[in-house]
Design a protein around this ligand. Structure first.
Ligand SMILES: Nc1ncnc2c1ncn2[C@@H]1O[C@H](COP(=O)(O)OP(=O)(O)OP(=O)(O)O)[C@@H](O)[C@H]1O
Ligand SMILES: [Mg+2]
Length: 232
């Protein structure tokens, strides 16, 4: 891939939610290019469209109009299966509520995305162990989510996102359910993923102190990009 091709590109995107006769225009004419190793925060008031934008960027949600390109490839005409496959290889997801499977151990939760990629069991375990070590949880591999603290659960979720070695980590309010010291640990992890492992990180937050970890803060307001602030 040549260096100038964005990893993810949003082109003239509108997103309209329809609920019966009520429609909500959540995104209007969004254009955005995200390159390898970018570190981006999305901020804005509640209901401004942050989650919708993140879901559209990460191709979890299809836009009503416009296109999203992954490494220069249009996703508009792609079938759901093909899109899921490309998304699964490119993007790791971290959610505010962690979304771990309660009946599975940390190791099994982290192994799960590898199972979907048809990776043999021994290799799955080895990778899952490595990723848990990376997030500082090698002593909690066999704990289930309810036997872990909130910060530890979120670190399991990050290990799971990293399991498939994605180029991009996408996170919606990743510190929203954590106390400030657990939140700081998560942010340090994101910082090192970006700076040392050259991952692209895109996160939504409503806290400026969190957003400032990124190089670029995108402010959205009423579904429009209001301004973009460059740091560092
Ligand atoms: N599935 C949906 N169906 C209909 N309307 C929706 C849906 N999801 C979001 N919306 C509406 O779209 C707008 C943007 O929602 P979104 O969740 O993107 O906001 P947000 O900026 O993430 O807010 P918050 O900070 O509260 O998480 C809101 O007005 C919301 O009510
Ligand atoms: Mg949201």
């Amino acid at each position: 891939m040549d260096r100038k091709t964005p990893l993810l590109e949003v082109k003239n995107v509108n997103k309209v939610y329809s609920l019966g006769k009520v429609t909500v225009t959540a995104l209007k004419k969004i254009d955005l290019q995200i390159f390898e190793q970018d570190y981006i925060s999305i901020m804005g008031p509640s209901g401004s469209g942050k989650t919708t934008l993140l879901d559209v960027i990460s191709t979890l949600l299809r836009p009503t109009q416009g296109d999203v390109l992954i490494e220069g490839k249009s996703t508009q005409a792609m079938g759901d299966e093909e899109l899921a496959k490309i998304r699964g290889k490119t993007i790791g997801f971290v959610f505010q509520t962690f979304n771990l499977i309660p009946t599975l151990t940390a190791l099994e939760n982290v192994s799960l995305p590898l199972w979907f990629q048809d990776i043999p069991i021994q290799e799955r375990e080895k990778i899952a162990q490595e990723k848990l070590l990376q997030v500082g949880l090698s002593d909690r591999m066999h704990h289930k989510p309810n036997e872990l603290s909130g910060g530890q659960r979120q670190r399991v979720a990050i290990a799971r996102a990293l399991a498939v070695n994605p180029k991009v980590i996408v996170a919606d309010e990743p510190t929203g359910n954590l106390d400030s010291s657990s939140g700081d640990q998560i942010l340090k992890l994101f910082d090192s993923l970006n700076q040392e492992e050259h991952k692209t990180v895109i996160m939504v937050t409503h806290e400026r102190s969190v957003a400032e970890h990124a190089q670029k803060i995108i402010y959205i307001k009423d579904g429009l990009i209001d301004r973009i602030e460059q740091h560092r």
